[in-house]
Design a protein around this ligand. Structure first.
Ligand SMILES: [Zn+2]
Length: 189
């Protein structure tokens, strides 16, 4: 039971960390251009004064943060010297997994126009699905690496199902709590 708790604690701490890296990534283009920006655990708050053409780079910053944190952990996991806990690998592919689920269910991996803005910053089609596919591939890549390296027993299906439900509740709850705390303080500055 104690080990079980530790696995979940590592997993959700990793999700928290990876979401924060995403929000931090959004703030970097704003900071480098001298704008006010604050990353909170589940949302970035950025000055309303930012120039229109900077907005797509702000979107891109978060997306790059998510891609990098997932890729780095997947490669460290593949490298024997680091002995990365499988729960950390699961934690960094959870967000690409959520984007993938959203992409499959509602046609777009991210709400609002974040992915579209980031795509145009990369010179890709604004209305296309390049980033939806990149996150889908990233998620599948992480899952394949995990299966090949960890050789999971079929009994883990139960934990995976619980994990899926808990992840969904955790990510939605994190956003609701985050916005309830920080919106009144940091919104519309
Ligand atoms: Zn974002």
């Amino acid at each position: 039971m104690k080990i079980e708790f530790k696995i979940w604690a590592i997993y959700f701490t990793t999700i928290l960390f990876s979401v924060y890296i995403h929000e931090f990534g959004h703030c970097i283009p704003a900071w480098t251009h001298g704008y006010w920006a604050v990353p909170t655990p589940a949302k970035e708050y950025i000055s309303n004064a930012v120039a229109m053409d900077l907005k797509q780079y702000i979107s891109l910053g978060g997306v790059i943060g998510s891609i990098l944190v997932s890729l780095i952990v997947i490669f460290l996991y593949l490298n024997k010297t680091y002995r990365i806990n499988p729960a950390i690998l699961a934690g960094v592919i959870a967000i690409p997994g959520m984007y993938t689920l959203r992409f499959i269910l509602s046609g777009r991996g991210h709400d609002a126009t974040e992915f579209q803005e980031a795509q145009s910053a990369l010179g890709l089609s604004y209305s296309g699905h390049s980033l939806d596919w990149i996150f889908l591939i990233l998620f599948i890549f992480g899952v394949v690496v995990w299966i090949i390296k960890s050789k999971p027993h079929y009994k883990i299906i139960g934990r995976l199902s619980i994990g899926f439900v808990l992840t969904f509740i955790f990510v939605v709850g994190l956003q609701v709590i985050n916005n309830a705390i920080f919106d009144p303080i940091l919104q519309a500055k």
